[in-house]
Structure formats: structure tokens, C-alpha cells
Design a protein around this ligand. Sequence first.
Ligand SMILES: [Zn+2]
Length: 165
Amino acid sequence: MKCRKCGKRKAKGVDCKFCHRERAAKAVHHLEGCLRHRFRLLMNRTRGRHWPPPDFTLDQFLARFLRDPDYLRIHARWTASGFKKSESPSVDRIDPRVPYLLENIRIVPWPDNHAKGATTDRELGTVDPAQWCPDNCSGYAGVSPAGVPDNLDVIPENEEIPDWL
Ligand SMILES: [Zn+2]
């Protein structure tokens, strides 16, 4: 089957790999699409590492950042740069010892976060959950993935999109 968009390359679904990637990237560059993508990434990260689920939904995440002056500024710079990796918005945990909580996250340019990442991931969990967990849970082990909201289907699954797009 030919790609419905470019009409040139072969496609398994509606469009070819190339057109699909282009479409996904466009969605991710969009002011809201970018936040949706960040949300997906942090959920995947949380699940992959058995961290406690965030205390916010996608809607709460969007409401928090869509008009956030820092996000708007970083996104504008990223757009002006032609979507360079070095300008890309990234979700940072303010206190790296605490998980993704609405009060513990902010948007920073990707390199700031990346530089911090390798060391701070190890710090997660060094604060007693009683200090941040509303349910006063006993720790990080045994947090059910069932607690993770399943509203991540907005941007199509695409393994090829790097996390800084
Ligand atoms: Zn195509």
C-alpha cells in the first residue's frame, strides 16, 4: 500500500515511516503537543523505573504549564532555534529526591536537566515518603502501575522520536 500523504513510499498503515515521523514531530513541536509529549515521557520514565506515579493527570499538567511564563519563554526560544536539542523544554524535578509531584516540577531547557539527570536519579527516594505522600505510603516498592492514569494515547506511539524533540 502506498503512503496516503506523500504517495511515494510504502506504508503499513495510513502513512509511511517518514511521513509518520514528520507528523509526530510537528505535533510534538506544537505548544500543547510538546507538553503532551513531555507528560508521556515522564509517565514512561516513572513506569520503567518503578517510581511512584505522579500526583497529577494530563489535564492538570496542561493546566499548570500551558500559560506558564517559563514554559512559554523556553518554548519560544526552542521554536526560534528551529527546534534544536539544546533549546528543548524538559520537565525537571525541583527536589530530585522527590518524585514527579505537581509542586515539585518545572520546565527547564533540556541541557540543564540532562546535566543533572544522571546523578539526581540516584537521589530519588532518599526523602521519607511520609514527607510528600498524601497517603503516607511506606516507600517506593510495590507501587501499583494501576495507579498510573491511562490517558497517553494523544500522540501516536513512536519509538523513533528522541526525548528531546
Ligand atoms: Zn509518506
